[in-house]
Design a protein around this ligand. Structure first.
Ligand SMILES: [Fe+2]
Length: 177
């Protein structure tokens, strides 16, 4: 386990950078024994909690065909994820939204981004990154590795109708335990 050090981090005084989280999720996604240990359930997502680097929170997640997260962000946590099996689609917003103080927000044209992440491909993201992750396959499970720092982030969940994003609720760590 590495010791967190101060340095040119993107915000937090201590803790891993997004690049370090990305390195971790890529390396972990390549651990075929670990990936094979995740139970897969056709009826819903499955999870195993992992020890992330530098005190980060990490998860191994199995995605049955057709499942997804819905639009959300991880508030003040930065993070990274990598596909380990199958293919995941990430839809995201290329703009930084106001953190608090709004219920609905109309997005300008041209802010949507979409990418396909097949096995071995990952991405890092900064604070307030709004996205949804989907397994659009009709037949194949996907498996991915995720890491967040600071750990146990808030999750803000949104509904989306066309260009309008609406804050639906805020999940806090106690909601998941
Ligand atoms: Fe997310």
């Amino acid at each position: 386990m590495r010791t967190p050090v101060s340095g040119p981090h993107s915000g937090a005084a201590l803790g891993p950078t997004a690049a370090e989280l990305l390195e971790f999720v890529r390396r972990t996604a390549a651990d075929t024994d670990l990936i094979a240990a995740l139970p897969l359930d056709p009826d819903g997502r499955t999870w195993i909690r992992l020890d992330g680097p530098g005190g980060s929170e990490a998860w191994l997640i199995g995605w049955p065909p057709g499942t997804g997260t819905g639009w959300h962000d991880h508030a003040d946590s930065l993070g990274a994820f990598s596909t380990a099996a199958g293919t995941l689609k990430e839809q995201s917003l290329a703009v930084r939204l106001p953190t608090d103080g709004w219920k609905t927000l109309e997005l300008a044209e041209g802010v949507d981004r979409s990418r396909q992440l097949s096995a071995g491909q990952g991405r890092a993201f900064g604070r307030h990154h709004v996205h949804e992750v989907l397994n659009e396959s009709d037949t194949e499970h996907a498996v991915s590795v995720h890491a967040y720092y600071p750990p146990l982030p808030q999750i803000r969940r949104y509904s989306r109708t066309g260009a309008v994003l609406r804050l639906e609720h805020v999940e806090r760590p106690e909601d998941w335990q």
